[in-house]
Write a protein that binds this ligand. Structure first.
Ligand SMILES: [Zn+2]
Length: 262
């Protein structure tokens, strides 16, 4: 039997989709009940009373009629806040959209998402303040690997458990290899110690406690490469929002000064 419940909930608007002639479907990540799809009757009619409160890149507290199966309904909006920078800046927008697509793919609807509501809220707040959007995205990507069924061992060498030698990352061993065991995987990623340091650190980072993240551009590029490799090969996920970020990288390249060794 489908259950229904009229209640307050906290939500981040993940996306909106036109539905029928005058209506809209809106998916929220709720703090209390995981992701839910809402049917918003008349949302595309002129003068719709919740138009401003249900714009993309908002989060807030709402009162709704929540169903554990099928579509839910929003009765009223109590408070709402906008991620204004994200909605105005194409680059911030791209990272935020990608993060929200990842969480949408990672969990089925109507299933609790644990600490992810808070972590995604913090991620969006940092991105909205222009705080290292690419690195904040890396944190989310690394921490979601476990949800995607790829839980790399990032604490110690997967073979011997040592922590005191230089590391590398091995896809076939599912995590770190210490220098003594590098010979076991000729296809290890040959990642820099700096990139591995941040990979490990980001895997346990609570974004609510972060105010800034500073990583050298070469290290940031390596992190992007490591995560692309893991997401391509081990997760097998290719989201449209991610392709957009990749394309954006190529637009920006001509604007960067060329280094001597290019
Ligand atoms: Zn080892």
């Amino acid at each position: 039997m489908a259950q229904q419940l009229v209640t307050n909930f906290n939500g981040i608007l993940l996306y909106r989709r036109d539905y029928r002639e005058r209506d809209m479907l809106i998916k929220f990540l709720t703090a209390e009940y995981g992701k839910k799809m809402f049917f918003i009757r008349g949302a595309r009619k002129r003068g719709f009373k919740m138009a401003a409160e249900l714009l993309p890149f908002t989060m807030g507290e709402y009162v709704g009629d929540l169903r554990d199966q099928g579509l839910s309904y929003i009765n009223s909006v109590k408070t709402v806040q906008y991620f204004e920078q994200i909605s105005q800046d194409i680059e911030l927008n791209a990272y935020a959209t990608y993060i929200m697509s990842l969480i949408d793919v990672a969990y089925p609807d109507n299933q609790p998402v644990g600490q992810w509501f808070q972590q995604i809220t913090s991620a969006l707040q940092l991105i909205d303040q222009h705080v290292a959007p690419a690195l904040v995205t890396n944190v989310v990507e690394i921490q979601l690997l476990g949800v995607f069924g790829v839980a790399p061992e990032l604490r110690w060498c997967t073979v011997c458990g040592r922590q005191d030698l230089p590391f590398d990352y091995s896809e076939s061993y599912g995590g770190l290899l210490c220098q003594q065991h590098w010979h076991l995987d000729p296809h290890r990623l040959h990642a820099s110690q700096a990139a591995l340091f941040y990979l490990r650190r980001f895997s346990v980072l609570d974004l609510a406690k972060v105010h800034s993240i500073n990583v050298k551009p070469t290290t940031a590029k390596q992190l992007r490469h490591i995560l692309d490799t893991i997401y391509d090969n081990s997760v097998g996920l290719h989201l449209k929002a991610k392709r957009f970020i990749d394309q954006m990288g190529s637009w920006y390249q001509p604007l960067q000064p060329r280094s001597q060794d290019d």
